[in-house]
Ligand binder design. Structure first.
Ligand SMILES: NC(=O)c1ccc[n+]([C@@H]2O[C@H](COP(=O)([O-])OP(=O)(O)OC[C@H]3O[C@@H](n4cnc5c(N)ncnc54)[C@H](OP(=O)(O)O)[C@@H]3O)[C@@H](O)[C@H]2O)c1
Length: 321
């Protein structure tokens, strides 16, 4: 495994995303939640992955419980990151919610406690005051945010009066906004961008071709519309060809491209232990500058239909199911 040193801590470049654990919207079922999910987490630790990302909202606490079971006798190997769902994120509420998360995870201290989304009504300073107190009390080690703009991230830091270690954002060859501000700022300031949906929820594996769209949460992801998968043709071809040159898989190349960005770690989810193992191996995959440029160019030219323009097609696709 490769590690990224940031803010005085050492994190695996490949982490593990645990939204899939016990969350109905992924549709992986009970057997996955009760068996495979624990096996995936334990295998991740075996392979040197320390960054394990979950959230109180995933499966309404079930994901945290599953992670807690998986790391029960291996606490020292895991850097546990969870997230506060920011409904009324003020001091007494935050304290109660963080304590409940820690109990489900079976930990005395949460390594990274992230604000899942900015709250449009509650000033971030109120939330940061509560988080500062949790840090002083030893319930959390580091504060992070998620889905924050750069301005919101900096505001949070100013209000916390200390570094906000990380910002977890959607980032992949299919979604490139973090390139513009967040990644350069993280690099210049010893902070971290945690890339979520780094495989664009599986699109970048090349497994979905418009005829086999996955269900659940991904049926509401416009990237999986047949029209958008067709538009992603150049990018998917580049991923396949570069993968074949390295005796690797397209998903691994998609992760390796992200890891060439400074101060970036990725947290792919996995539907099986085999996928987790393949994702872990991506840390060892070195792309050349030419390969990077080819992928970046194909990604620049990928312009999927999204937002309100994609809505009618998503509704039609949903009705056809
Ligand atoms: N902060 C936030 O707001 C936020 C939002 C979203 C996600 N997240 C976090 O980020 C994590 C990852 O994001 P995500 O789950 O949305 O998307 P992702 O990691 O891009 O995609 C995960 C899916 O891709 C497929 N996959 C994974 N590895 C593969 C491989 N080696 N080969 C082929 N297919 C592979 C699997 O689906 P199939 O096998 O079923 O195709 C898997 O469930 C989440 O678990 C969560 O922790 C955070």
């Amino acid at each position: 495994m490769r590690y990224v040193d940031v803010g005085g801590i050492k994190l695996s470049a490949i982490g593990l995303g645990c939204w899939q654990f016990g969350s109905r919207e992924w549709g992986y079922g009970n057997e996955y939640a009760e068996g495979e999910a624990v096996a995936i987490t334990q295998r991740a630790l075996d392979l040197g992955i320390n960054l394990i990302d979950t959230a109180e909202i995933y499966g309404f606490g079930r994901s945290e419980r599953i992670v807690g079971r998986a790391i029960a006798h291996r606490r020292g190997e895991a850097f546990v990151a969870t997230k506060l769902y920011p409904v009324l994120p003020v001091e007494p509420v935050i304290k109660q919610r963080a304590s409940a998360s820690a109990a489900r995870l079976g930990v005395a201290e949460i390594d990274l406690y992230q604000v899942h989304w900015p709250n449009p009504v509650v000033p971030i300073g109120w939330t940061m005051r509560g988080l500062a107190k949790l840090r002083r009390d030893g319930l959390i080690r580091h504060v992070g945010v998620s889905n924050f703009s750069l301005a919101q991230w900096r505001r949070a830091e100013a209000d916390l009066g200390a570094p906000v270690l990380s910002n977890q954002v959607q980032y992949s060859l299919a979604v490139r906004q973090p390139d513009r501000e967040l990644v350069p700022w993280a690099q210049a300031n010893d902070r971290l961008v945690i890339a979520y949906s780094p495989l664009a929820q599986g699109l970048l594996s090349g497994r979905y071709d418009g005829t086999n769209t996955p269900g659940g949460v991904r049926s509401t992801n416009s990237l999986f519309l047949p029209e958008n998968i067709a538009k992603a043709g150049e990018l998917l071809t580049a991923l396949r060809e570069i993968a074949s040159a390295h005796d690797a898989k397209p998903a691994q190349v998609a992760l390796a491209w992200l890891l060439r960005r400074p101060n970036v770690v990725v947290i792919p989810g996995a539907s099986s232990v085999a996928q987790l193992e393949a994702n872990a191996e991506a840390a060892e995959l070195d792309l050349s500058d030419d390969e990077d440029s080819r992928l970046t160019g194909a990604s620049d030219r990928f312009s999927p239909k999204s937002g309100p323009a994609a809505l009618p097609d998503l509704v039609k696709a949903r009705l056809r199911r």
